[in-house]
Design a protein around this ligand. Sequence first.
Ligand code: URA
Length: 238
Amino acid sequence: MERLQKVISEAGIASRRGAEKLIQEGKVLVNGSPAIIGQKVSGNDEILVDGKKVKKEDKVYYLLNKPRGVICSLKDKEGRRIVTDLIDTKTKIYPVGRLDYDTTGAIILTNDGELTNILEHPRNEIPRTYLVKCLHFFSKDDKKKLEKGVIIDGQKCTGYYIKLKKYDKKSDKSYVNITLKEGHNHEVKNMFNEIGHPVDKLSRESFADLSINNMKSGEYRLLTIKEVKRLYSLKKVD
Ligand code: URA
């Protein structure tokens, strides 16, 4: 069961506020009776707005291995490829959070606003694990600095489970795994920059423990019901 105004807004008819107004104005009928704000409806209820039937869209969930050179936005003024172009669906989906244009890896796309809120809310500490290729040797001291947290634009950014995977002496580049539990814009790049290790390449290996292991660049798959249920269970109770 879902709130009526949520169903109306998710069908793209109006914003939640707009939907409330439509209900107040008596323009919404549920199974032939005038609707009330806050009323809960199921897929079996017939909802009419201004006499037109509202289609309750099924929720869809994709995991994409985002390639480089694709933007995580619904439009781009410069005409660059956007992330939803890569998924063959008629459903209006959007990415959960963002990866930079040049960052590759795990990103979820969905039309489920409730799950999106859970996954984007910092309180839920959803893990995002990255493989960072950065300049210079990443020392134990650097690891400690990121574990302690660095301040970026007045905000403390902390890394977890940090591990140097490899150091390539010839190119003077380190490969480091790091997990973050929230997602600010350019967070990984800014954190590594702050400690003197500019990022050369960035890939997100997993989001909320959903890994893109074995998925080719640009490949995507639907999440299973079990996976979606687990994502919902990540919501911390207040
Ligand atoms: N941090 C970054 O700097 N870039 C991303 O794309 C994701 C996290």
